[in-house]
Ligand binder design. Structure first.
Ligand code: PLP
Length: 393
């Protein structure tokens, strides 16, 4: 029987039984609308507010600073468009970096078309933004800095605290500059305290931490004014219209509680990740480990196998029951080259041969050993078929 091993946890995760159990009553029994006055509604309202308290606690925020919405993409949209529009008369300059998630990059590109100016900071070979570049890019027109906490393809962790300090210092002179961070990949994997990080806005997504897809949250620091991106009812203090996803909200809070309680498990994941990298480097020639070696998430490994087609590798591993991903995003049927690895200076050939392995706290050493057992043979077979390999020999 083929084994089924999942090393694509940065794409999404399974829903934990404890999380499914927590949300279940809100699907079938306590299905009231939180805005309704009757007891059905009040039961749902109490669950939403309890979840808000729990989620706020997990990031050191006040419950009033949490906006529930549909996920990381919507959180990034609300943060960026919401601040840009609220500050449009003060300045129209945004700073981000070259390898953000498309939910940030495409939102910034849309604003550029509407007259905003956007600076895309470089990330260099190690996948890290430099504070010096940021300082140089800030002008009197800058109203928003949006830099992801960790990158989803290579896992490098940015110096969010330092950027937070820069923003706070500027704010001593002028009040209209804000700092947003997309923490979709770090929440539940690294300890997060919004005050310590110095962020004004922070995006979170449920399905990366064993809650269902379609639920997320945006932290909005008290006093930060946003223009809502959805008009309708007055839910979420007028910041996000629409009947709340009560089961999803309950699930997100439960998954967050469990993730934070199990942060120690990431020592085990780091061990698995490092073991995998060491073994691959030992057993397979011509590989590159991408991204800074220390400043990165414990659960992501991005590796280039020279002279191999990553798609072919992915499919061969899938046939062995192992799920991984290439950096490439599939859009409208065509594969695009990873903009993340391109921003880090890898050429097209190297990008083509790159794979991402991403772990959850439920992966085991036995699973990694199975991968190590099958991978060298697959790489060798694909290389033998590749004219680029024989050419390089
Ligand atoms: C860094 C990052 N930001 C945002 C998102 C989008 O989150 P969601 O799928 O919840 O919209 C993802 C998901 O892939 C991500 O990895």
């Amino acid at each position: 029987m083929t084994r089924r091993i999942y090393f694509d946890n940065s794409a999404t995760t399974f829903v934990l039984p404890e999380v499914a159990e927590a949300m279940q009553p809100y699907l079938t029994e306590f299905y009231g609308n939180p805005s309704s006055v009757h007891s059905f509604g009040q039961k749902a309202r109490a669950a939403v507010e309890d979840a808000r308290r729990k989620l706020a606690l997990s990031i050191g925020a006040d419950p009033s600073e949490i906006v529930f919405l549909s996920g990381g993409t919507e959180a990034n949209n609300l943060a960026i468009r919401g601040i840009a529009q609220a500050q449009a008369d003060k300045g129209r300059h945004i700073i981000t970096c070259q390898f953000e998630h498309p939910a940030v990059l495409n939102t910034c590109a849309a604003l550029e078309k509407q007259g905003w100016r956007v600076t895309y900071l470089p990330v260099y070979k190690d996948g890290l933004v430099r504070v010096e570049d940021l300082l140089e890019a800030i002008t009197d027109e800058t109203v928003l800095i949006t830099i992801m906490h960790a990158n989803n393809e290579v896992g490098t962790v940015q110096c969010i605290e330092e950027i937070g300090k820069v923003v706070r210092e500027i704010r001593l002179q002028r009040r209209n500059i804000f700092f947003h961070s997309d923490a979709v990949q770090t929440f539940g994997k690294l300890p997060i305290n919004v005050k310590q990080l110095g962020v004004d806005l922070l995006s979170i997504s449920g399905h990366k931490i064993h809650a269902p897809k379609g639920i997320g949250a945006l932290f909005v620091r008290k006093g930060v004014r946003l223009v809502t991106q959805s008009t309708g009812g007055h839910q979420e203090r007028d910041r996000r219209a629409g009947t709340e996803n009560v089961p999803g909200i309950v699930a997100l809070a439960r998954a967050a509680e469990l993730a934070v309680a199990n942060l120690d498990a990431f020592a085990h994941i780091r061990y698995l990740r490092d073991y995998l990298e060491d073994e691959i480097s030992r057993l397979i020639p011509d590989v590159l480990l991408n991204g800074h070696r220390e400043r990165r998430l414990p659960n992501i490994s991005n590796i280039t196998f020279k002279h191999v087609d990553g798609e072919g590798l992915l499919i061969s591993l899938d046939l062995k029951g192992i799920a991984v991903s290439t950096g490439a995003a599939c859009s409208s049927g065509s594969t695009e080259q990873s903009h993340v690895l391109a921003a880090m200076g890898l050429d097209k050939e190297l990008i083509r041969g790159s794979l991402r392995f991403s772990f959850s706290r439920f992966n085991t050493l036995d699973e990694v050993n199975y991968l190590i057992q099958v991978l060298p043979e697959i790489v060798e077979r694909l290389r033998k078929l590749s004219p680029r390999w024989s050419h390089a020999r």
